[in-house]
Design a protein around this ligand. Sequence first.
Ligand SMILES: [Zn+2]
Ligand SMILES: [Zn+2]
Length: 355
Amino acid sequence: MGKPDKIETWQMVEPGKLTRTSIDVPEIGPGEVIVEIAGCGVCHTDIGYFYNGVPTVTMPPLTLGHEISGRVVDGDERLIGKEVIIPAVMPCNSCPICMSGRGNRCLNQAMPGNSLGIYGGFSSHIPVPSVDLCVVEDRRGLPLEHLAVVADAIASPYQAAKRAGIQEGDLVLITGAVGGIGTYMTQIASVLGAREVVAVDRVAEKLERSLHYGATATINTTGKGVKDVREEFRSYCKSKNLPGFGWKFIECTGTKMGQEIGIELLGFVGRMIVVGYGTHKVEYMLSRLMAFDAEIIGTWGCLPKYYPEVLQFVLDGSIKIAPFVELRPMSQIESVFNDAHEARLGKRVVLIPDF
Ligand SMILES: [Zn+2]
Ligand SMILES: [Zn+2]
């Protein structure tokens, strides 16, 4: 415990290149703490920054990683020794966007591994603002490392569920339902009371598994086109006597096909939430939104105020992490990045500092 002498870290010196190095511990001011990192999850956003030339707010060198759990070791007295989850985006809490309740998209936000200076989660320690940290008082035997995924993989779909207004009795379809975000999106939709959670994806065994983690039905898109998926969806609705209107579509893939499925199925008073990220374009007759009185909504990050409630769902066992996460030593970061880039990882990898 106490302030470390140095921060050990894996820095991105330029896109595609990592170096293990030591950096100075900054002087922290009031309202800041140093967190000793227990684990940091590897997110597709990191891979986008590292391989695909997606620019970070802080130019390299910087350390990536924004899905962090750990223990406060210095700074704000009331937090010393506490176990915490660091929200992936920390709003400024004072700008007009924050004032309007949309702080998850605050333009002055601090995001580790992007816009928190050079600091990120693939390190031994990180300096962060303390006001929005999510304190874990009693983790009920769950490993603190596992709780890293709450910071983004669970919180971001929770925000998406809030934007979708998912409530008791809802009809929900999730594209990319067995991926890093989708596995939690599926569980969250179920936890919030959706009566139908249709999981759409391409991996048969994972779709099968999703039926034990929130999904009520599955559609495997392998070898199918958008129209085939539409027909399968329609016949499912018919078989269960479900309406074709009023569905909420949560798009988690960021792929062209995933997005095209969403807009193809979007019907009367429907709502589509875009959670996944991709750079292609899709064509859509916007006037259908008018005719259907439908909506397409984007969502980014998660408001810190939702973290305690989402954490509660994890702690009471309603949202399960263990089947979907794999712990690896941080020294394997290069091979893990490579595997993530090549889509060879079956589970969310959380890297454990081993400097
Ligand atoms: Zn992320
Ligand atoms: Zn703000």
